[in-house]
Design a protein around this ligand. Structure first.
Ligand code: 2HA
Ligand code: ZN
Length: 279
């Protein structure tokens, strides 16, 4: 890397939201969840936070989205680039990430920083933006959508019933903390071609009720009010799926019972999704 490029990278990493995006993508890659260009992240930013570091009038490129984004008009996002490798974000944030604003009329994306060398926003932008729209309706503090190929979640979709209630119950039974972290359960869509508006709509439909959605034989979407929350949710689901994959072929001698799950929920003040536990 040239000295100028290294200095530019160091400077952009001083900006908190660029550092967060660069570090979380690196963590996911190290976890083995983002082989090659797998995975994408989008983070809704406060206008005031962006304006601390960037001139909102300095639009470097205008990008046409493949779908209307009226409901997010005027909002700022930092997103990963299409075809970009999570492995590389930390060493070159400006080449792998982009800071975008949805235009006032919702018809265009205005690039304010990054996506150098004509890079485009993530191929899953439809799923991200449509999910942001639904999650914001459910929770005004919502900010982050993360998609990755969490290994054991993916593996589990080959051997477990994909009915949401059954899948959720199994995950709750795998680790004591699960029912507390995702009492609303997990959404699951059918297998679909990724990168399309259709999968975006199906994912967002689930986001009305769930903060996480599984794409069978592909990966997971997790959302939250911060990078930590969205990532922590995926980590917890992936850990439960890992335990399932470790024990699935063994004789089970002890389970967390439905009564214990119910006691846990009561102790932590969460309401488990109705229709999953029978006590
Ligand atoms: O290429 O993970 O779903 C990024 C993806 C597509
Ligand atoms: Zn993917």
């Amino acid at each position: 890397m040239s000295t100028i490029k290294a200095e530019k990278t160091a400077k952009s990493l001083e900006i908190p939201f660029i550092r967060e995006m660069s570090e979380i993508t690196q963590h996911m890659w190290r976890n083995g969840w983002d082989e090659r260009n797998g995975g994408n992240v989008s983070y809704l930013l406060d206008e005031a936070e962006v304006e601390k570091y960037f001139d909102p009038d300095n639009v470097v490129r205008v990008i046409e989205p493949a779908f209307p984004v009226n409901e997010l008009a005027g909002r700022y996002f930092i997103v990963t680039g299409s075809g970009k490798y999570f492995k590389n974000v930390l060493q070159d944030p400006a080449g792998n990430l982009g800071l975008l604003r949805v235009s006032k009329d919702g018809s265009k994306l205005e690039l304010l920083w990054g996506m150098e060398n004509k890079a485009k926003p993530t191929s899953e932008l439809a799923s991200h933006f449509m999910s942001h729209t639904e999650r914001l309706k459910a929770d005004p503090d919502h900010r982050v959508v993360i998609h990755n190929h969490a290994t054991n979640v993916l593996a589990m979709t080959f051997i477990h019933d994909l009915e949401e209630a059954k899948f959720t119950k199994t995950l709750w039974e795998m680790c004591t903390e699960c029912i507390v972290v995702f009492p609303e359960g997990i959404g699951i869509i059918p297998w679909m071609v990724p990168g399309s508006n259709e999968i975006g709509r199906a994912t967002a439909e689930k986001m009305k009720e769930y903060r996480s959605v599984i794409w069978p034989q592909h990966g997971i979407f997790g959302t939250g009010t911060s990078i930590d929350e969205a990532f922590g949710l995926i980590e917890t689901i992936e850990k439960a799926a890992q335990i399932y994959m470790l024990i699935a072929h063994h004789e089970i001698k002890r389970r967390i019972t439905e009564r214990e799950l119910s006691d846990l929920a009561a102790a932590f003040g969460v309401t488990p999704r109705p229709g999953i536990l029978s006590v």
